[in-house]
Design a protein around this ligand. Structure first.
Ligand code: RP5
Length: 165
């Protein structure tokens, strides 16, 4: 199976990124995690992106806050799919990172999830790998079915408890 790379701009991003790591672990996806910053360690970030395809990665998740150019910088150096997680920092509540990550000029895409949307980032990476991996496709469907069953149960409970004749 292809690997997923998770890159974050700072170890201070990890409390959010951990949800992506856990989701990939749940699905049994080989994952490598690194702190590479587009501005503090740009050489490492560039080298990772340039070598990722030949090293067996299928998707790269990039998490960064503030003027978050990490996902764009990684995408500039690979044609693998790059998924950006805008991290919520204090000053602008993550709007800064959201706009920096999502507003890529045409030609170098970054698939951007919501602010702190680490679980969805992992799920998109898994969906990408599932195109050529039937067991992942089955696991994704099972998880959806389970979620839908749980919601139906909640519907039944609330409906019984609060409906008024
Ligand atoms: C970004 O700056 C990082 O991704 C992090 O979200 C933010 C703050 O970094 P630290 O100052 O906490 O290392 O590059």
């Amino acid at each position: 199976m292809k690997k997923v790379g998770i890159i974050m701009g700072s170890d201070s991003d990890f409390p959010v990124v951990e949800k992506a790591v856990n989701t990939l672990k749940e699905y049994g996806v080989p994952t490598r995690v690194h702190v590479y910053s587009a501005h503090r360690t740009p050489a490492e970030a560039k080298s990772f992106a340039e070598n990722a395809r030949k090293e067996g990665y299928g998707a790269i998740i990039c998490a960064a806050g503030m003027a978050a150019h990490l996902a764009g910088a990684i995408a500039a150096n690979t044609t693998l799919p790059v998924i950006g997680i805008p991290i919520k920092a204090k000053a602008l509540e993550g709007i800064d990172a959201l706009l920096s990550t999502v507003m890529m000029p045409p030609g170098i895409p970054v698939a951007t999830v919501g602010i702190d949307g680490a679980q969805n980032a992992a799920l998109i990476a898994i969906e990408i790998l599932s195109v050529s991996d039937e067991s992942l496709a089955e696991k994704l469907q099972e998880a959806r079915d389970k979620k839908a069953a749980a919601i139906r149960e909640k519907d039944r409970e609330l409906s019984e408890k609060y409906s008024i004749d």
